[in-house]
Design a protein around this ligand. Structure first.
Ligand code: FE
Ligand code: FE
Ligand code: ZN
Length: 277
C-alpha cells in the first residue's frame, strides 16, 4: 500500500500545473481552492487544461484530489443574502467539478453567528438539499472544525446532525483536520483510539474520506485553529505519524495545510513517507 499524500497548492495556473507541482514535491494528490478563498468569481474552466490534466493524472498515478470551497462562504449566516451567495457559489463549484469526476469537495460548515447550533445545522442542511443532485459524481465533505466563535462542526454530533438532514446523504462525507479536532478538544495525542471510536459511533468511519494533516500552535481544547508545521506544535510528529499509519485511516488521502512553501511541503511529505510503515 502506498501513502496517499499531498498538500494545499495554488490553483492560479490551472489543473495541469498543480499536477506537475504535486509530482515535483513527491505528492500523489493535492488540495486547492476552487476560487479566491475570500469568495468572488471563479475563472472560466479551461477545458483543454482539464483534459491535459486528466491524462497527466492517469499516467502519473495522481489519485483522488480535494477541492476546498472558499472559507468565507457561510450557509448558516443570519443574513439570507449571505446564505444565498454560499448556496449559489457551492452549486457553481459542484457543477464545475463534474469535469473532473470522482473527486472530493470540502467545505467549512459555517458560523451560526448567534442563531444557535440547531438553527445553523438546519440552514446548512437546507443549503445542501438545494444543491446536491442524484447523478453528481463528487463527494461533498464537511470539515471538522476547531469550534472557535460560533463555528458549527466542532463536535462530531453537529456533523452527524447535518448529514442526517441531507436527503442525498450518499453524496456526503467528512474531512478530519488534525489541528481542528485537537483544538476542539479531541485528544488525538493521548487517545487517538478513543477519538476514532467516538467518530465511528457518532458519524461512522465509513463517512471519513480525507484527512488534513496539520500540527497546532495551541494546546488541546484551545478552540483557536492556528496551523503549525509538523513536529513544531502541540500535537507533535509522533502523534501525526500514528494518524497516518492507523489501520482505519492509512488508505485515505492525507493533505498538508501547514505554513510552508513548496520546499517545506516536500520535506514534510518525505518525512511522512519515510515513517509510513
Ligand atoms: Fe479547511
Ligand atoms: Fe483543514
Ligand atoms: Zn484550519
Amino acid at each position: 500500500m502506498m501513502l496517499h499524500i499531498g498538500c494545499h497548492l495554488s490553483a492560479s495556473k490551472g489543473y495541469l500545473h498543480m499536477g506537475r507541482e504535486a509530482l515535483s514535491i513527491g505528492a500523489n494528490t493535492f488540495q486547492f481552492f476552487t476560487r479566491n478563498p475570500r469568495g468572488g468569481s471563479a475563472k472560466a474552466l479551461d477545458e483543454k487544461d482539464v483534459a491535459a490534466y486528466l491524462d497527466f493524472a492517469a499516467a502519473n498515478g495522481i489519485g483522488t484530489v480535494l477541492a476546498h470551497a472558499p472559507y468565507t462562504l457561510n450557509g448558516c449566516s443570519a443574513d439570507p443574502a449571505i446564505r444565498d451567495f454560499a448556496t449559489r457559489t457551492m452549486l457553481d463549484d459542484l457543477r464545475r467539478m463534474e469535469h473532473t469526476p470522482g473527486n472530493l469537495y470540502n467545505f467549512h460548515p459555517g458560523s451560526h453567528v448567534g442563531q444557535g447550533i440547531d438553527a445553523g445545522v438546519e440552514q446548512i442542511a437546507a443549503m445542501l438539499n438545494a444543491i446536491l443532485w442524484p447523478e453528481m459524481r463528487t463527494t461533498v465533505l464537511l470539515e471538522t472544525m476547531a469550534g472557535k466563535g460560533s463555528e458549527v462542526g466542532g463536535r462530531f454530533e453537529e456533523l452527524r446532525a447535518i448529514i442526517d438532514r441531507v436527503e442525498l446523504s450518499n453524496h456526503m462525507g467528512v474531512c478530519l483536520d488534525t489541528c481542528h479536532v485537537h483544538d476542539a478538544g479531541y485528544d488525538i495525542v493521548g487517545d487517538l483510539e478513543g477519538v476514532l471510536e467516538a467518530f465511528d459511533k457518532v458519524i461512522g468511519l465509513n463517512r471519513l474520506k480525507a484527512i488534513h494533516v496539520n500540527d497546532s500552535k495551541n494546546p488541546v481544547g484551545a478552540r483557536k485553529d492556528r496551523h503549525e508545521k509538523l513536529g513544531e506544535g502541540c500535537i507533535g510528529l509522533e502523534a501525526l505519524v500514528r494518524v497516518v499509519n492507523h489501520p482505519a485511516l492509512r488508505e485515505l488521502p492525507f493533505l498538508l495545510e501547514t505554513p510552508n512553501e513548496l520546499d517545506g511541503y516536500a520535506r514534510e511529505i518525505a518525512v511522512l513517507k519515510e515513517r509510513y510503515a
